[in-house]
Design a binder for this molecule. Structure first.
Ligand code: NDP
Length: 497
């Protein structure tokens, strides 16, 4: 990747040629009925492209293609080494297209270019390379029952996987599903969010160029109805979904109403960030707490949207938080110095501003609370902090998915744990302390799929499973455990006598 600081991103954006057609059976194709939707940038409300609006005929075609491809064995029966080689070539092509992909992502969802070049694209390549490496590392199990019986337990690809992903990390969320599913030998139909289809389509071109057989990966842009059709389809064997809890429940219902396809859900969160009085470094913790809620304009499932501060250090920590919040300044996402990007679309902007209005009645507004940069045509909200709402307040319980923080004081560790656990969600939680025993105890008692000690959302290492419990979903992305989601266990018993 060339140096992001030296690039003239605005000039590059002008020269970008965007193909918004669907990707089915290795080809770019228009939706069957020719329908398109306008893909609008939240950075300035500019129409970036007209993108295929897929509907039922396209869904039927993509699933039929994926099924045929799977049954042919062209990918499913290829050796692990062959699959690995293709996935590695694909990763190399993604690396060579890093600038283009970062730019597409920035334009499509309004993330700062500094973030897409440093985090989104490198994270996507890392994920793909990591699962490519695993493709030929599978060793199955042998069970020696007795002298006359030998058992073996093998893992087989599940078949056709539908991946339905959100708009907040379009490239990475897609790759977290596609890479393990393909490494395991499945065929995939990917549905990106209508708000962020561009990079998913582009990486499919690169997959084909890398030698992925036609039909193994298909990409269907379109609205939520496309996702629902995939979830209901009798010929889809598994649906891997990342998105809101409400839609996740509907996906599960669709599976139950159709063929009981396996369902993996990565859903919302309301993650607590607990600061004990023996927090090793208050400045560092406040910087991390601000990043944990204001990075990506708070549009992160693991956002630390509830900050719990011990009363002994409350005032000091709060002042540090307000200072750190000022570092997140909404600006033009194409400017390499911008630290905070846009809210993804008008509807979501209204939703977040609605929560801020509710917050004004439920708590004390400490800073922020306004829409800014309206004259740019873009959708921006400044970092916003509310103090001391009741634990039952809406802003304390509901996922806002924007740059809005709620802060609570507490007196005792037990009180902090109870407050942290008083949520329908259970995605991530962090605790800041110098006391190792307390850190272990917090990890054991916090109801969350991921616990971080003296950090928050340290989910950058592919070895660590990512996902939640309760209404934050089931299953895990990343790590070797993600491969298990896309394989079936088969037990074979050989009678030798
Ligand atoms: P949504 O649930 O609205 O959408 C997620 C995906 O589902 C999109 O592709 C959407 O399409 C599609 N979809 C919409 N309706 C249906 C339906 N009835 N059946 C099947 N698919 C459907 O979530 P958002 O895109 O708004 O993303 C934000 C949510 O995602 C937050 O709650 C966040 O916490 C969660 N998330 C969770 C993560 C995790 O790992 N736990 C990571 C990232 C986000 P379309 O957008 O075109 O309508």
């Amino acid at each position: 990747m060339s140096s992001a600081i030296e690039r003239d991103w605005r000039a590059l954006a002008q020269s970008l040629r965007i193909d918004g057609r669907a990707f089915i059976d290795g080809k770019r194709v228009d939706a069957h009925d020719g329908a398109v939707f306008a893909d609008v940038s939240p950075a300035d409300s500019r129409v970036l492209a007209h993108v295929s609006a897929c509907s039922e005929r396209d869904v039927q075609l993509a699933i039929a293609v994926a099924r045929r491809c799977f049954d042919s064995g062209v990918w499913a029966d290829a050796s692990g080494r062959e699959r690995k080689a293709v996935l590695q070539r694909w990763a190399q092509l993604v690396r060579e297209s890093a600038d283009e992909l970062a730019l597409l992502e920035t334009l499509d969802v309004g993330k700062p270019i500094a973030d897409t070049t440093a985090i989104d694209v490198p994270g996507t390549i890392y994920c793909l390379e990591w699962f490519a490496e695993l493709a030929d590392k599978r060793v199955d199990e042998l069970v020696q029952i007795d002298k006359t019986q030998l058992g073996y337990v093998t893992r087989e690809p599940v078949g056709v996987v539908a991946a339905i992903v959100p708009w907040n990390f379009p490239l990475q969320m897609a790759m977290w599903k596609i890479a393990p599913a393909l490494a395991a030998g499945n065929s995939v139909v990917l549905k990106p969010s209508e708000k962020s289809p561009l990079t998913a389509l582009r990486i499919a071109d690169l997959a084909r160029a890398a030698g992925l057989p036609d039909g193994v990966l298909n990409v269907l842009p379109g609205d939520g109805a496309v996702g629902q059709m995939l979830a209901l389809h009798e010929d889809v064997d598994c649906v891997a979904f990342t998105g809101s809890t409400a839609v996740g429940k509907r996906v599960m219902e669709c599976a139950a109403r159709s063929n009981l396809k396996r369902v993996w859900l990565e859903l919302g969160g309301k993650s607590p960030f607990i600061v004990m009085p023996d927090c090793p470094d208050i400045g560092h913790a406040a910087r991390s707490a601000a990043a944990a809620i204001f990075y990506n304009a708070g549009q992160i499932c693991t956002a630390a949207s509830r900050l719990l501060i011990h009363t002994d250090i409350y005032d000091v920590f709060m002042q540090a938080m307000v200072d750190e919040a000022r570092r997140f300044v909404p600006g033009d996402p194409l400017d390499i110095g911008t630290t905070m990007g846009a809210i993804v679309d008008e509807q979501h902007l209204r939703r977040v501003l609605g929560y801020i209005d509710v917050g004004r009645t439920e708590a004390r507004l400490r800073c922020g609370g306004r829409r800014v940069r309206e004259s740019s045509g873009g959708l921006f909200i400044e970092p916003t902090i509310f103090e001391r709402p009741a634990a039952t307040a809406r802003i304390a319980r509901e996922e806002i998915f924007g740059p809005v923080l709620t802060v609570f004081p507490f007196d005792h560790f037990d009180e902090a744990i109870a407050l942290a656990n008083s949520s329908d969600y259970g995605l991530g939680a962090s605790v800041w302390t110098s006391n190792l025993r307390l850190a272990h105890e917090a990890s054991r008692r916090l109801r969350a799929g991921m616990v971080w000690v003296n950090g928050h959302d340290d989910s950058g290492d592919m070895n660590m499973p990512f996902g939640g419990i309760a209404q934050s979903g089931n299953g895990r992305d990343n790590s070797v455990h993600a491969l298990e989601k896309y394989t079936e266990l088969k037990s074979t018993l050989l009678r030798l006598g």
